[in-house]
Structure formats: structure tokens, C-alpha cells
Design a binder for this molecule. Sequence first.
Ligand code: DAT
Ligand code: MG
Length: 222
Amino acid sequence: MFRHFSTVAGRIRTASVSRAVSTFAARSTASTMSSKIASGSLMVAAVIQAFALNSETMLTSCESLPVYGKPGTNQERTFLAIKPDGVQRGLIGDIITRFEKRGYKLVGLKMVWPTEEMAKSHYADLKKKPFFPGLVKFFSSGPIVCMCWEGKDIIKQGRQMLGETQPLASKPGSIRGDFSIDLGRNICHGSDSPEAAEHELKMWFPEGANDWTKTVDSSVYE
Ligand code: DAT
Ligand code: MG
């Protein structure tokens, strides 16, 4: 998985994040396996075996939930990104905070400096638009923050929290309405459909996400 990850995201500068992903995956793999084993002795053997596996195997075997989650459920997932302008303007924390405070769960997070090829692939649906070359150049001009968010109706709600594509048409209270003015500097990206979320999450998180349990979910969902 890491080899594939390195090829796709050639300019990823987050080795420590990758190590953290690996550690987390190791933990969740061990715990998933443990819960499925009834006998005590078998459980001990399985735990030993889980820790003996290398990190590549663990990442692969940990993917019980696809990276794009389950659309239409509380495990729906979307790809949100803070674009180079949002990073430059110091808005990373503010944007993450809005989704955290709403009650959504962050299951993937990393900073990536996209190549032009990655930018072209991400915006492939817009390749015939006259603004495409400028968009690709801008999107690959600096690091972006890639996020995978999970929760009920997150794809649609995420788009609403971002605001309109055109910041001048975005309502105050939305991210674009509060923080941006020009179309080509609208600071954030969000998947616009389940199909787009699947495509984008597979592209930006080939290593998978973190299937952790949020203990306060009973205070978020009834
Ligand atoms: P969104 O980012 O809201 O999904 P989009 O997918 O239509 O919007 O376009 C991607 C980005 O391209 C958008 O965030 C800003 C830029 N863009 C869109 N329309 C544009 C236009 N007419 N001129 C310049 N840039 C544009
Ligand atoms: Mg779009």
C-alpha cells in the first residue's frame, strides 16, 4: 500500500503522518481480530500474529470499511481539502474546527503538495473548461490539506458548509462566505456527490482511513 501511495502522491511530505497511520492501523487490526476470536488461547496466538505482521499487511487487512465509507448512512464519507490559498491564509484550524464542532468525525488528515498531474486528475471533470490550466497551476502551487470526514449526510452538508463555488454568492456563516472573495481563491474543496467522494477519496487516501469509534457519538446522533 505504501509503495502505491508513494507513486500516486509523489510529493507527499508527511512521512511521520504515514507512520502514525501505520501505528493506528496496527492497533485497530489487532482489536478487530481479537473481538472475533472466542477461545482465550486462540486469542493470544492471533494477537501475537497481528503484531508480527508488517505494516503493509496491516493496512491492507484493516480495510473492512471502504475508504469512501457507506453513503446514505452515518458512515458516509467525503473528501474535503483546504487549497493552497487557505493554507497560506492560516485557515486550516478554523476549517477543521467547524466540522469538529458540528459533530462530524475526522478519519483522514494529511498535507500534500500536489503535482500538476495530481491536480489534473483531481479536476478531470473540468478539463475542457477554459480556466482549467490556471486551476491546475494554482492547485499545485503549494501544499493542500487533505481530509476525509465521516457522518450523516456529510457530502451534502459539507458542500453547504463550504458555501457556493462563487464566494460572492456564498452566505455569511459558510466558509467561503466568511473567508473569501474571488472565484479562483475560494480556499476549499468538497466532493459534490457520492461518486465524486469515492473517486477523490480513493485517489487522495489510497492507504485508507482510520476507522475509529467516537465515544461521544451518542451525544451527536439520537
Ligand atoms: P467547486 O469547487 O465548488 O466544486 P467546481 O468544481 O465547478 O466548483 O470548480 C472547481 C474550482 O475551479 C472552483 O472551486 C474554482 C474554480 N472555478 C470554477 N469555475 C470557474 C470559473 N468560471 N473561472 C475560474 N475559476 C473557476
Ligand atoms: Mg467541484
